[in-house]
Design a protein. Structure first.
Ligand code: 3PG
Length: 215
């Protein structure tokens, strides 16, 4: 599956930081119960690789990827742990090369036209637009979509229920990403029911948008 097809499976890609390995499986199940079956576990905690492995093994109905991948070493470690896709906050020549040779899709982060062009030269057409809000938000994604007709974006960073629809309305936006569905406070208190509700609310909100039109 290529990265665009993968992101088309969900209108919202949760950015999940797992500080305690015991959160991994229940949080993935909670998201799935809320209707979200693709999740990004960020490599920002000591247990993130083990969390990816646990989700891959114990929640096979969820597609789990690794986020905040900064270099080739982390990319290899994430794939070894079972990551089914890779998300990076930015792009470097090293990561692009590694992504091209990887066995799973990679969604590199971009924030400028030049970065999109560097990615396109390497054959990438689906990008994380990051950090979305501070890089110009909806207007920036719209502006970037004009010259790059075949490019798709997953805006992430400052996306919330109050602005996700404006992003999803853009033809080139395949999904949005964000951490609001798995806030640290709810993870820490293991309030999986509340996480399911946030997931379900996000899916319902996105339901008004005809994602099929974008296929
Ligand atoms: C990311 O890693 O993609 C961002 O930190 C998520 O941004 P958000 O916390 O504003 O949703």
């Amino acid at each position: 599956m290529n990265s665009r097809d993968l992101l088309q499976l969900t209108p919202v890609l949760p950015v999940v930081a797992i500080a305690d390995l015991a959160w991994a499986v229940p949080s993935a199940k909670a998201l799935k119960r809320g209707g979200i079956g693709v999740i990004e576990v960020v490599l920002r905690t000591p247990v993130s690789l083990q969390a990816i492995q646990a989700i891959k093994e114990q929640v096979p109905e969820v597609i789990v990827g690794a986020g905040t991948v900064l270099n080739e070493e982390q990319l290899v470690a994430a794939i070894d742990a079972g990551a089914e896709f890779i998300v990076t906050p930015g792009l470097t020549p090293e990561l692009l090369r590694a992504g091209l040779n990887a066995s799973v899709p990679m969604i590199p982060g971009v924030a400028t036209a030049s970065e999109v062009m560097v990615g396109m030269q390497a054959g990438v057409s689906t990008f994380k637009f990051f950090p979305a809000a501070t890089s110009g938000g909806v207007a920036a994604v719209q502006a970037l979509s004009a010259p790059f007709a075949d490019v798709s974006f997953c805006p992430t960073g400052g996306v919330s229920p109050s602005n996700m629809q404006s992003y999803l309305d853009i033809e080139s936006v395949v999904c949005v990403g964000g951490s609001w569905i798995t806030p640290h406070a709810l993870m820490r208190t293991r309030d999986w029911g509340a996480i399911t509700e946030l997931a379900s609310a996000a899916v319902t909100l996105a339901g008004d948008i005809d994602l099929a039109v974008k296929s």
